[in-house]
Design a protein around this ligand. Sequence first.
Ligand code: ADP
Ligand code: MG
Length: 235
Amino acid sequence: MSNQASLNHRPLKDVNKFEKLEIVGELAAGIVHEIRNPLTSISGFVQLLEQGVHNKEYFNLIYSSFNDIEEYLKALSIIASPQPNEQKLVNMKLLVEDIIEQTKEEINSNHVRFNTEFDSEFPNIQCDETQMKLVFKHLITNSIEATLNEGIVSIFVRREDPNLLIKITDTGVGMSKERLARLGEPFFNLKEKGTGIGLMVCYRIIWQYNGSIFIESEENKGTTIEVRIPYLEYM
Ligand code: ADP
Ligand code: MG
């Protein structure tokens, strides 16, 4: 694939001071944007209610805006402090299958065909299951969202000593070299409803386990994401 580009994220500790300052600036701008939007909408509906324009639907819209803020703050708090809560041995096959079931219910992913392949034997990962689920749910959701119609999302889990490799490939819209390079920037997103915070949460959690995320993509062809988690350290 000639136009293929890839991105290997560095942990934040390898970023120099100047870069850190830049990141903080982008982070602040992103937070302002993401909190201000729902607040504006809440304030607008409250004003209408105050003026006596009563519509039950306004309450749903207000709650949904509060919910957006809440979800956003949850993601930020993971970025601030990704410490795992309760660690246990997690079987990635069960976790992936669970997520596929969930996405079918939650985000009507009928247009996507899932293809899974698991090594016949692979180690469990000692981790916080809720966090790990968050990561793969997010990556799989991104793949579904990138796949407009009749797409295939493939998920492979295989042992690649000393790591467990979880590979997610989609036949979606992909990303150009330029776009992929900007993925490292917080809050970069190309979706109308995107926040650009999801991948940051994924990196934060995976780095917590000394793992890595490698992304390869080609416009109009698709994207491959490889997550490696060293399992030996935790056995
Ligand atoms: P969000 O999903 O809220 O936009 P993310 O951090 O999850 O934020 O992703 C940032 C951006 O990266 C997305 O808006 C999208 O443009 C791009 N992206 C992520 N995953 C994929 C994928 N599998 N295929 C194509 N583009 C992707
Ligand atoms: Mg996302």
